[in-house]
Design a protein around this ligand. Structure first.
Ligand code: UD1
Ligand code: CA
Length: 457
């Protein structure tokens, strides 16, 4: 029985040894983020999604960082260093030891195509299973400039011509090489070893594998994929373009899964943002990494969340900031101009206006008045504030940590709380008010007399 693409063994070689010159960056481009995650990690995800577990990373600069960013529990990755940058065929040969292990399929993928999904990978492998020696994934380019052109005759791919080597006639072709290729694993090394560098750039082009394979009677084909999936990133402008496409894709997935977005084009998501159904996201909300939102919650406009959990039916914002470790219970509220960091806000508790809650625990049903501040930092260490259930913290109170406020306790507004407050106690943490009768009148008369004297002088 012939093996199909689910039973054939597969090695994916990811090329990411480029200089990233056009990014004008001190970082390798594959480390630049899309959806708050390195580009290379998106590529590895697509491979994992296609069931590919063996990956050879071909790296140049920042190899250790790229290796770390590419780590994925579903994939066994090995790193190979390409010391000189002599072209894409030369880059694949850096992973010779991996290819020599013997695979049915070898996939070559570029590290800078973060919008890739499993589908084109599977289509390319299906082409090998159907008898091709080389399958190239192409796309119909809106603007083919700069891409290798696929020359197809009678349904067979006969050559790939790089922009710089193409004739004027070949340059009118819009069917382009997406950079993704599947090669018969038993023949891959022999074919690539025969590729030369007699071209305008003097590089070893992987694309020449098509003509090399055909010269020895091999079969080479192309399969088409959507341009978006193969969009590569060479410049910061392309990085922003890819980010936009990625955001659109994620927003659409979320809306289709039951999340409401009033102005989706203004909502920014991270790769790991998890939002349950029946959550409403108002305009201009940013989700940094590590946010989960449970069903029925509302994120009001202009809120910024990162490393936070929002419980069912809770409300955030407008203009709220949830920082790492913020954990809002069901039906809790964090309102305008509030910041919450590393703090649990109990079910139904309210932190409605102009408040900072950091390194704290707030029990269920408590009401935290406007302007309350947990003074969690003494300049050297961070300390905890523990607030019980059903407390009432008066406006503009400073809770100087470490401090504990018992269940059901009240804190008078304007208090500076430096000692623990027992359950059900009322704490007056401020100077008692003193009224001086008639004193204002005296001050006014004295001021008038001073002004009159000045005028005379
Ligand atoms: C390549 C293809 C072109 C295709 C286009 C799609 C070749 C010769 N050309 O052109 O047909 O239309 O991609 O985007 O393959 N790399 C290395 N080592 C090297 C050279 C490249 O690791 O020595 C890596 C780069 O980091 C990058 C990838 O290979 O991830 C592609 O290289 P790049 O220089 O961007 O190729 P293009 O000129 O865009
Ligand atoms: Ca490129």
């Amino acid at each position: 029985m012939r093996k199909d693409e689910t039973t054939r063994s597969c090695l994916a070689v990811i090329l990411a040894a480029g200089e990233s010159t056009r990014m004008k960056s001190s970082l390798s481009k594959v480390l630049h983020p899309i959806g708050n995650r390195a580009m290379i990690a998106h590529v590895v995800d697509a491979l994992a999604g296609a069931g590919i577990t063996d990956v050879a990373l071909v790296l140049g600069r920042d190899a250790e960082k790229v290796e770390a960013a590419a780590r994925n529990p579903q994939v066994r990755g090995e790193t190979y260093i390409q010391n000189e940058r002599l072209g894409t065929a030369h880059a694949v040969l850096a992973a010779r030891a991996a290819i020599e292990k013997g695979y049915d399929d070898v996939l070559v993928v570029f590290g800078d195509t973060p919008l890739l999904t499993p589908a084109p990978l599977q289509a390319a492998r299906a082409g090998l299973a159907a008898g091709s020696d080389v399958v190239v994934v192409g796309f119909s380019a809106a603007d083919p400039f700069g891409y290798g052109r696929l020359i197809v005759e009678n349904g067979e791919l006969v050559a790939i011509r790089e922009e710089k080597d193409a004739s004027a006639e070949e340059r009118t072709i819009t069917y382009c090489n997406g950079g993704l290729m599947a090669i018969d694993g038993r023949k891959a090394l022999a074919l690539i070893d025969r590729i030369g560098n007699a071209n305008v750039k003097g590089e070893y082009y992987l694309t020449d594998i098509v003509e090399v394979a055909r010269a020895s009677g091999g079969r080479t084909t192309a399969v088409e994929a959507p341009e978006e999936e193969l969009t590569g990133c060479n410049t910061r402008a392309e990085l922003a373009f890819i980010e936009r496409l990625w955001q659109q894709r994620r927003r659409t997935e979320m809306m289709l899964s039951g999340v409401s977005m009033i102005a989706p084009e203004t909502v920014f998501l991270s790769h790991d943002t998890r939002i349950d159904r029946d959550v409403t996201i108002e305009p201009n909300v940013v989700f940094g990494p590590g946010v989960t939102v449970e069903s029925g919650a509302v994120i009001h406009a202009f809120s910024h969340l990162e490393g936070a959990h929002v419980g069912a039916g809770a409300a955030v914002g407008p203009f709220a900031r949830l920082r790492p470790g913020a954990n809002l219970g069901a039906e809790a509220k964090v309102g305008n101009f509030c910041e919450v960091k590393k703090a649990e806000i109990g079910a139904g508790a309210k932190v409605n206006h102009l408040t900072y809650i950091g390194d704290a625990f707030i029990g269920a049903g408590s009401n935290i008045g406007a302007g309350t501040i947990t003074c969690n930092y003494d300049g050297i260490n961070k300390h905890e504030t523990r607030i019980g259930a059903n407390t009432f913290i008066g406006s503009n109170s400073a809770l100087v940590a470490p401090v504990t406020i018992g269940d059901g306790a009240y804190v008078a507004s304007g208090s500076v709380i430096t000692q623990d407050v027992p359950d059900d106690a009322v704490a007056f943490g401020r100077a008692r008010q003193e009224n001086k009768p008639e004193r204002a009148k005296l001050i006014r008369e004295r001021n008038a007399a001073i002004k009159a004297a000045k005028k005379k002088a």
